[in-house]
Design a protein around this ligand. Structure first.
Ligand code: NAD
Length: 527
């Protein structure tokens, strides 16, 4: 089975029949193992269970994924102290040894990739391809970050000499203990990215997955342990906002790496500003991502790419496309073709091989969807979708139709707020520059895409789009599909706090601080 093709988010045309055959056996296998206790972990040991909460699957609320422990302040303190105690030995370990251990983590993830992928399918309601793609992404990004450490020689750089007897080296050194706070939608790839970034920099970690992602959270921590990451270097506390807040505010936490909503990310920033000294907050946040379809575009590619990015993972990707600007001369044609394409996207149980659109994550997400559909109908024109599906047992999850909306007034809430739902608003434009100005006029700046065969239009987009991740003419996704070592993933404006992104060459240095070391050789004297 090792010769099966690897699933990425973009290689959509490949033959995945072998992958599906393997999943046909893995899905029932993993389903049988669900429902167990998920314990928090500190210093290499399970912690006593407390604050039990049951996690069910968005696929069907009768499927119990596990019983997790909402970490109390005492447990959080135990985990942070374990991370603190382990940090000095971990940071003193030569960086090449840390790389070797992390390379073994990639091997462990690869060994466990079917279980992890299927667990994400159950936990998030991801389609088979999205779930397997996420695990492959996690494996690649560990390897990519390890390669970055080697390429940059552990971030140690000899400098010029002021005097022959004196040498200077600039080194990047760890901060200490990082709180890793993760969102629900990429519980494996994003958590792995944040943990690996912190560890390679010589920090230790207390990891808090999304409350519903305790299962994959624990599976990940087990993979790090199995790879030989020393006890106390990666610790796990489960729970929701209260746990995250107590962890972030713990006095022995020296830095925070967060991926999630703008509201929570900004709250974490504000709270850190009250500390005695500023600790790093690496926050990757939401998006309100536009695509532009010009008159010169290949419409087949545009329809496919827009549909995939707007409705893939039920609109619950930070990079999801939520606005499309279409040249007036092709607007109606495009809207009809897009609606026809979206109507052919199978909605349903993601355990099934053909499903493209699975369930929304929970009742809160469904309420957000319902409210948005109501407002779209009241203030604009709903061209497609808007209903919840209740057939064939789907009433045990929140399965909804993808929505396409036109004719909303400029500045409408649905144009500017992240909805995290499969709802796309469409606008027609006469001049690309005007469309770019409107697409940029939001507080977010994560991804954007264009379809054009005109070099000048392409250039105006590349220069004029205010977002960290740009794509042009991709049929696999208008605004989605970043991959480690290929696209970096940096949020501008309200989408990120550091101006540097994951998956790329500038990620790791964010977990370290600079130290310049000037040494006169022992026994020598400055002239
Ligand atoms: P969320 O902000 O609700 O939660 C994220 C994490 O923060 C969870 O673990 C949660 O328990 C924790 N949390 C909540 N309140 C907290 C507090 N006061 N203090 C500390 N921790 C707290 O986000 P979500 O719904 O899980 O994920 C969806 C969001 O994540 C969307 O906005 C999406 O765009 C964003 N996202 C961004 C990226 C990116 O790379 N930019 C990637 C994936 C998701």
């Amino acid at each position: 089975m090792t010769d099966l093709p690897r699933v990425t988010y973009s290689n959509t045309q490949q033959d995945f029949s072998g992958v599906h055959a393997r999943l046909d056996t893995m899905i029932p296998h993993v389903e049988q193992m669900l429902g167990r206790q998920v314990s928090n972990r500190a210093g290499g040991a399970d912690l006593p269970d407390e604050g039990a909460y049951t996690v069910t699957s968005p696929i069907d609320d009768r499927i119990v994924l596990g019983v997790a422990s909402a970490a109390s302040p005492v447990t959080i303190d135990t985990a942070v102290v374990a991370a603190h105690d382990a940090q000095s030995a971990w940071s003193r370990m030569p960086w090449r040894e840390r790389v070797t251990i992390l390379e073994r983590v990639a091997i462990e993830l690869e060994r466990r990739k079917w279980e992890l992928g299927v667990a994400a399918l159950f936990e998030v309601g991801k389609s088979r391809m999205e779930a397997m793609g996420e695990v492959e992404e996690a494996i690649d990004l560990v390897r990519y970050y390890c390669a970055q450490m080697v390429e940059r020689e552990g971030f140690r750089a000899p400098q010029k000499r002021a005097f022959p007897v004196e040498s200077t080296e600039v080194v990047l050194r760890p901060h200490g203990v990082f709180a890793v706070i993760a969102p629900f939608n990429y519980p494996i790839a994003l958590s792995t990215s944040m943990i690996t970034g912190a560890l390679l920099g010589g920090n230790t970690v207390v990891f808090k997955p999304s409350p519903g992602a305790a299962l994959t959270g624990r599976m990940l921590v087990d993979a790090f342990d199995a790879a030989g990451v020393p006890a106390g270097v990666v610790n796990l506390v489960c729970g929701g906002a209260a746990t995250g807040r107590a962890l972030a505010n713990h006095p022995r936490v020296n830095g925070i790496v967060f991926t999630g909503s703008h509201q929570v990310g900004m709250l974490l920033m504000r709270e850190r500003a009250m500390d005695a000294h500023v600790k790093p907050v690496i926050a990757e946040m939401g998006g309100k991502n536009p695509a532009y379809v010009c008159a010169s575009a290949n419409l087949d590619d545009a329809v496919e790419g827009v549909a995939r990015s707007a409705y893939g993972l039920q609109g619950q990707k930070c990079s999801c496309e939520s606005r499309v600007f279409v040249h007036a001369s092709i607007f109606e044609d495009f809207i009809e073709r897009l609606a026809a394409r979206a109507a052919r996207m199978p909605i349903g149980d993601p355990r099934l091989r053909d499903t493209f659109i699975g369930p929304l994550i929970n009742a809160t997400a469904f309420q957000r969807y319902e409210e948005a559909v109501f407002e779209a109908g009241r203030d604009g024109n709903v061209r497609m979708g808007g209903q919840r599906l209740m057939r064939d047992g789907l009433d045990h999850g929140f399965y909804v139709e993808p929505v396409l909306v036109t004719d909303l007034p400029a500045g409408h809430r649905l144009h500017t707020e992240e909805l995290f739902a499969p709802l796309l608003t469409a606008h027609s434009f006469a001049k690309l520059d005007d469309a770019l100005t409107e697409g940029n006029a939001v507080n977010y700046g994560l991804t954007a895409g264009i379809y054009t065969s005109d070099e000048q239009e392409l250039e105006r987009f590349l220069e004029g789009a205010h977002a960290g991740v740009l794509y042009a003419n991709r049929a696999s996704g208008a605004t989605t599909g970043a991959w480690p070592g290929i696209q970096t993933f940096c949020g501008w404006k309200g989408s990120g706090t550091t101006g540097k992104g994951g998956l790329g060459p500038h990620y790791l240095p964010q977990f370290m601080r600079e130290q310049s070391r000037t040494v006169v050789a022992p026994g020598a004297r400055q002239a």
